[in-house]
Design a protein around this ligand. Structure first.
Ligand code: 13P
Length: 280
């Protein structure tokens, strides 16, 4: 069933676990994630980068996500990841997203608050919750990533915007880490406390050691994003197929392994976040 962001985050909050949020790129990655969620009886978030919300890809991909979510026996939220402005948010709502992220973290605090609050108000009119970001989560290739989210700023941001959940910078980054990250678990706890128990979001979920993920969830992370690992699983499945001299040329058969590899990755993250068995 297709559910909105506040419903699925509310489930995680109530059960003290974390919803895995998988970035998808094509129908096959959607199939792998939904297969995993059904098998594990897990609520999941399927999310897309704004660049995919266009006439070339989004036209095909978004209806496929909505149809898959509606048909699924588990709760699925279809979420816009890193929406930079109202333009992308409007598109996402038009394409059927039931969760929105407005990422104003590249702007100064006041501008970030202003943009996010506006989107929270807009989305409220259609019953959809919003994820905001305070402290900019960059890429593993950025020179410095040390301006971690301040608990005081996070508290003020939540108070002024009314976001459903909040992405934070606590030692995480997008992409495959060059060396294992060291999450600031104490800071996650402090942000959680300062914001009155606001559900927190961990971006850059690919490659964070399992023990740190578990500690982060215990400290208040309720949504973890996984993008790069989905791409790697898909690529590995494709390579395994290409390496098989018996492989079929028929594209649907050729795609079976990439789908299976994405499914296996999704199953492992569902279990790691404690979302398995939580759909009943
Ligand atoms: P990774 O690609 O590092 O898993 O990060 C995904 C993400 O945070 C998307 O917003």
């Amino acid at each position: 069933m297709l559910v909105n962001l506040q419903t699925i985050i509310g489930m995680a909050e109530k059960g003290n676990y974390c919803i895995p949020a998988f970035n998808v790129y094509n129908t096959e990655t959607v199939m792998g994630v939904i297969d995993a969620a059904e098998q594990e009886k897990a609520p999941v978030i399927i999310q897309v980068y704004p660049r995919l919300l266009n006439e070339e890809v989004g036209f095909y991909l978004c209806p496929a996500v909505v149809a898959a979510a509606q048909r699924a026996s588990v709760p699925v939220c279809f979420h816009l990841d890193h929406g930079p402005s109202e333009w992308e948010v409007t598109r996402a709502l038009r394409w059927g997203c039931t969760g929105i992220m407005l990422d104003g973290s590249v702007h100064d605090f006041d501008k970030n608050v202003e943009m996010t609050k506006h989107i929270v108000d807009t989305c409220k009119s259609v019953g959809i919750g919003v994820e905001g970001e305070i402290g900019h989560v960059g890429s593993v290739n950025d020179a410095a990533m040390d301006e971690f989210t301040s608990p005081e700023e996070a508290a003020e941001f939540v108070k002024q915007t009314g976001v459903t959940c909040l992405a934070v910078l606590v030692g995480n980054a997008h992409g495959h880490y060059k060396k294992p990250p060291k999450l600031d678990i104490e800071r996650i706890k402090a942000i959680r406390e300062a914001t009155g128990g606001t559900p927190l979001v961990l971006h850059g979920g690919s490659g964070i050691p399992d023990e740190q993920v578990k500690a982060a969830i215990a400290a208040g992370i309720r949504k973890m994003n996984i993008g790069t690992d989905v791409c790697c699983a898909f690529a590995d499945g494709t390579k395994a197929t290409l390496d098989d001299p018996q492989r079929s040329l028929a594209v649907d058969l050729f795609m079976k392994k990439p789908i299976q590899y994405v499914k296996e990755l999704a199953v492992s993250k569902i279990r790691l976040t404690g979302a398995d068995g939580k759909a009943q």
